[in-house]
Structure formats: structure tokens, C-alpha cells
Design a protein around this ligand. Structure first.
Ligand code: NDP
Length: 335
């Protein structure tokens, strides 16, 4: 079994030197355990936070242990009555080719059906990132037909789902993404009403001008994935009683400061600004996955993916994700 462990904690920017590739022997299974051959590993921005020491909403990733990560794969050996070889399962198998899971742990594994939804999408649009989009949009922004919703990192795993779900609710949807290709995809393939290329604007005031043109009725709901200039610009264009779902601040994950320039707008515009962590909202996973499964299964939502090949490519692909090199959901194919 070949795997990637965290070799050292970064101070500032993460690099290849913080990871180590290892090959270890497979251990015999204990009672209740299941062995899974991973087909895909999910790479997600939250992993950067886990590489740090110190207080956060989740415990740090231990040094010299397999990097945490969502996986989808096939059961190849089982000592648990609910699982048999050939079952397709999603779990937190980590950055390795083969994982062993204690299937008695609640929520450790769940079965998936690749007939209508391609396997890899269970790590993206019909998985954790999709539910994240659904929760922030439906439970925090609560968009009404005709309202305007904006979302940053709009071509990404979470952002793309936010836009598709908001369009399904009759909203005007405007994305913010990096570069003309991502913006064209957001408009033409995802069906957003407009998309702004944040790289074209030197500061938040210029970005706010572009948002003003794209959102003539102002912003009623904003889904934040990035932080910094994008958030400042959205605040400036917010309507009275707008809702801000604070999902991610990826622009600051390597320690960059992200000061809020006009916090008084929260008061002046009577905004509701709410952060959330999707893993704490388990009650909403079933309705969210049902809707997202429908959208993807019916072909109305075709999520884009960037797929790196082989476990050894995971560190570089992950570092690229933090710099916006991915286009859509970042995965690693392991077989
Ligand atoms: P994406 O697929 O959206 O990939 C990350 C994207 O972020 C990049 O492609 C890039 O897009 C953008 N980006 C990166 N760095 C910067 C920067 N400095 N400035 C502007 N944009 C940047 O990732 P996900 O969809 O998986 O995650 C999106 C966000 O959601 C992240 O912040 C993540 O932490 C958060 N999240 C939060 C969860 C929660 O429970 N709260 C759960 C899951 C995700 P572009 O090129 O378009 O700028």
C-alpha cells in the first residue's frame, strides 16, 4: 500500500517538502473492519488548515500519519456483515491506495451507486462540497425567486453547485472566478447569468464596480469561498437585509491577512453574516444529496473535474488547488 504522510508542518506556504511518500505492508483485518481499494481521492482546501498546529474547529493532522481525505472505492475484503467485496463506498480513507475502515463507527462508510451518478461525483457535487453549497445557500442565504445571489470561486466544486442550486430557485446568479476560461464555463455550461473575472480588477473598488454592472438590483445573498477583496466588494454592493454565507476564506489559508475594510456595512445594511462547517450539519445531508443527485443524474448539472493520476501526484495537485490551478473539483485517480 502506497500512501502520503504529513512529514512536517509548514510555516507560511506549504510545499512538497511537507509530504512524504511511503510504502507499507497490508495488515490482516480485525473483526468489524473493511478493506477498500480507493479509486479516487478528494483534495480539498480544508486540508491546508489541518496541516497547521493550533486551535481550529478540527484537530490538526498528526505528523507522520496518512493525510486525511475523502475517498471513494470498492470493498475488496470485509469482516463486517453489512459489506461485501464489490460494494462501492465513500469514506475518509486518506491519501493512500488502500484503506482499512472500522465499519462499526457511525458514518465511517456509506454505500453509493455508480449507475446514474459517476463514482467521482460522490466526492464532489453529490458529496461533501455539494452539501456545503446546499447548506450555505438554502439554510443561510434562503434565496427567494428574483433575488440576486453572488458566489466566489464559482467554477469550483462548491461554487458551481451554489450557482446551479440558486438558478433552480429562480435567482439571478453571478459568479466570480479566476480567468476567462473559468468564467466562460460558469456562464455557458453552468448557466449563471454572469461571471466576473477577479484577475481583471486591481482592487476591491474596481471589483465592486464590475459587481454593480452585473447585479443592477444589488446583492441579496452572497456565498463566500475566498475572502479578501471579493468579500469587501460584495459587502459594498449588498442590499438591506442581505445574507452572507461564509463558507471559506481560501485567500488566507497560507497565513495571508484578510482585513475587512468596511465592517460598518454589516450594521448599515442590517446584514446577516454566518459562518458554518458542513460536517456539523448532518441533518441536512439527506435532502441536499437527494437534490444534487437528481441534478447530476438527470444531466442538468455537469460538474467539471481536474484529475491527477496516481497517489504520488497528490501533493503537487493539492498545492495547485491552493493557487487556483484546478478547474472544478480536484481529484486524484488511484487506479
Ligand atoms: P475549489 O474547487 O473552489 O478550488 C479552490 C478555488 O479557490 C481555486 O480554484 C481558485 O479559483 C480559488 N482561489 C484560490 N486561491 C485564491 C485566492 N488567493 N484568491 C482568489 N481565489 C482563490 O475548492 P472547493 O470548492 O473545494 O472549496 C471552496 C471553498 O469552500 C474553500 O474556501 C473551502 O475551504 C470551502 N469549504 C468549506 C466547507 C465548510 O464546511 N465551511 C466545506 C467545503 C469547502 P479561481 O481561479 O476561480 O479564483
Amino acid at each position: 500500500n502506497t500512501r502520503i504522510v504529513l512529514a512536517a508542518r509548514p510555516q507560511g506556504q506549504a510545499g512538497l517538502e511537507h509530504f512524504r511518500l511511503e510504502t507499507v505492508a497490508l495488515e490482516p483485518l480485525q473483526e468489524g473492519q473493511v478493506r477498500v481499494r480507493h479509486h479516487y481521492l478528494s483534495l480539498d482546501p480544508y486540508m491546508r488548515g489541518r496541516m497547521n498546529e493550533g486551535k481550529s474547529y478540527a484537530a490538526p493532522q498528526p505528523l507522520n500519519e496518512v493525510m486525511i481525505g475523502g475517498t471513494v472505492g470498492e470493498v475488496i475484503e470485509s469482516r463486517h456483515p453489512r459489506y461485501t467485496p464489490g460494494d462501492w463506498v465513500v469514506g475518509m480513507g486518506g491519501w493512500q491506495q488502500i484503506g482499512v475502515v472500522d465499519a462499526n463507527q457511525v458514518g465511517a462508510l456509506h454505500k453509493v451507486d455508480p449507475t446514474h451518478v459517476p463514482l467521482s461525483h460522490y466526492l464532489g457535487a453529490v458529496g461533501m462540497p455539494g452539501v456545503t453549497a446546499w447548506y450555505g445557500l438554502v439554510r443561510i442565504i434562503d434565496p427567494q425567486p428574483g433575488q440576486t445571489v453572488t458566489v466566489s470561486a464559482a467554477s469550483g466544486a462548491v461554487g458551481s453547485a451554489v450557482g446551479v442550486l440558486a438558478k433552480a430557485r429562480g435567482c439571478r446568479v453571478v459568479g466570480i472566478a479566476g480567468g476567462p476560461d473559468k468564467c466562460a464555463y460558469v456562464r455557458e455550461e453552468l448557466g449563471f447569468d454572469d461571471c466576473i473575472d477577479h484577475r481583471r480588477y486591481p482592487d476591491y473598488l474596481a471589483l465592486a464596480q464590475a459587481l454593480k454592472a452585473a447585479c443592477p438590483q444589488g446583492i441579496d445573498g452572497h456565498f463566500e469561498n475566498v475572502g479578501g477583496a471579493v468579500l469587501d466588494a460584495a459587502l459594498l454592493r449588498s442590499n438591506a437585509f442581505a445574507r452572507f454565507a461564509i463558507c471559506g476564506m481560501i485567500a488566507g489559508y497560507e497565513g495571508q491577512p484578510l482585513p475587512l475594510l468596511n465592517p460598518a456595512l454589516i450594521l448599515v445594511n442590517r446584514l446577516r453574516v454566518q459562518g458554518f462547517i458542513v460536517s456539523e450539519q448532518m441533518q441536512d445531508w439527506p435532502p441536499a444529496l437527494a437534490e444534487l443527485g437528481q441534478l447530476v443524474g438527470s444531466g442538468r448539472f455537469r460538474p467539471r473535474e481536474t484529475i491527477a493520476q496516481g497517489i504520488e501526484s497528490a501533493p503537487a495537485a493539492f498545492l495547485g488547488l491552493l493557487k487556483g490551478h484546478n478547474f472544478g473539483k480536484q481529484l486524484v485517480r488511484l487506479i
